[in-house]
Design a protein around this ligand. Structure first.
Ligand code: NAD
Ligand code: DAU
Length: 332
């Protein structure tokens, strides 16, 4: 494997992955990205031009996908509409990109006969009770809740069918909540960090008891690379770093970092159908592929992420007012 195509590589996790690949391998990378509101060219700044190039285009564009598949050895497919709240407002782009787009990627891969790794989410499994001793594993039945997670579940099922019916050489990974640099400020952690930088208050949906299983985006990248290189065709691998925290705890840690009082936040309107808890059992990935996370100290990883947003105000500032106005219109 020499030259890979990374769809969605100008988004949050995709760009972290491209940086990880350049730093840790000799692979050459083409990024295919539609440059939606969620993308940023700046996240690819500083990468060597002889190793990384950008094609601006849509994965739904079948002739483009077929041409690019023919020019590469593998596709790592991150491109998606990724924000649950947006999917509740307008599900249409989620169906287009996540389902129809993945169909287009699969057909291109099938015709070119190249390797595919499909990036998915733990949200396909639905949610867990707070006191459930079980965590999600590769054997957990699919039970998605939102338009976002149902389109991701649909895309996973398409990949499984293309493996079985057409012999496509694909693997799938389902990861938990990522944090780190270059995450759009519509998402929970960067929204709260930038609110506090602005002297405002964090906004907690409902009581703030919902639990997410946080993993640093660089650990997600190393896991994806491990599956791309060593994963068994047709297999699914869950990616997680044992990072369960409820939303209130995360908000209070951000407040503590800035020296603000622990109760200096607002409760706002809850998300309809809000999943209660996600938790990943990543035993298969760790035992079969020998992967382990590097960022095991969430407090330190979050502190570094806060400092990144402090140092990159020019990156997020132009979007802050519009993001907050859209949330305010929904009482959030
Ligand atoms: P993101 O929204 O930050 O980035 C998505 C990228 O895909 C953007 O650059 C966007 O321009 C691009 N894109 C969207 N539609 C496209 C299209 N039709 N054609 C080409 N490019 C298109 O998302 P993210 O948080 O980086 O998530 C990346 C992937 O990881 C998604 O598949 C998501 O489901 C999955 N995932 C995310 C998380 C998380 O915590 N953020 C966790 C597990 C899995
Ligand atoms: O679990 C993986 C998923 O994690 C990915 O598949 C998604 O692409 C990614 O966006 C993320 O989904 P969530 O819905 O869990 O992430 P979000 O950042 O939107 O919210 C995290 C939690 O914080 C969730 O319980 C909702 C809550 N929340 C969110 C926002 C934006 C708040 O309490 N206040 C907020 O302002």
């Amino acid at each position: 494997m020499d030259h890979i195509l990374v769809t969605g590589g100008a988004g949050f996790i995709g760009s972290n992955f491209v940086h990880h690949v350049v730093a840790n391998t000799d692979l050459r990378v083409t990024v295919l990205d539609k440059l939606t509101y969620a993308a940023s060219r700046e996240s690819l700044d500083g990468l060597p031009a002889d190793r990384v190039s950008l094609v601006v285009g849509d994965i739904v564009d079948a002739p483009l996908m077929e041409r690019l598949a023919g020019e590469h050895d593998a596709i790592v497919h991150f491109a998606a509409e990724s924000h649950n709240d947006n999917s509740l407002h307008d599900p249409s782009p989620f169906v287009q990109t996540n389902v129809v787009g993945t169909f287009s990627v699969l057909e291109a891969v099938r015709k070119a006969g190249i390797r595919l790794h499909h990036i998915s989410t733990d949200e396909v499994y639905g949610d867990l009770e707070l006191d459930d001793p079980e965590r999600f594993s590769e054997r957990t039945p699919y039970n998605p809740s939102s338009p976002y997670s149902s389109t991701k579940a649909g895309s996973d099922l398409l990949v499984r069918a293309w493996v079985r019916s057409f012999g496509v050489q694909a693997t799938i990974s389902n990861c938990s909540n990522n944090y780190g640099p270059w995450q759009h400020i519509e998402k929970f952690i960067p929204r709260q960090i930038t609110n506090v930088i602005d002297g405002g208050r964090p906004k907690l949906y409902g009581a703030g008891q919902n639990v997410r299983d946080w993993i640093h985006a660089d650990d997600h990248s190393s896991a994806v690379l491990a599956v791309l290189r060593e994963g068994a065709i047709g297999e699914t691998y869950l990616i997680g770093a044992d990072g369960e925290r409820n939303n209130l705890e995360v908000v209070q840690q951000i407040l503590r970092h800035f020296g603000r009082p622990a109760d200096d936040f607002d409760h706002v309107t809850d998300r309809p159908g809000h999943d209660l808890r996600y938790a990943i059992d990543s035993t298969k990935l760790r035992t079969e592929l020998g992967w382990s996370p590097r960022f095991t100290d969430f407090e330190q990883g979050l502190a570094d992420t806060i400092e990144w947003y402090r140092a990159h105000e020019d990156w997020w500032r132009p979007h802050k007012q519009a993001v907050e106005s859209a949330y305010a219109a929904k009482g959030q």
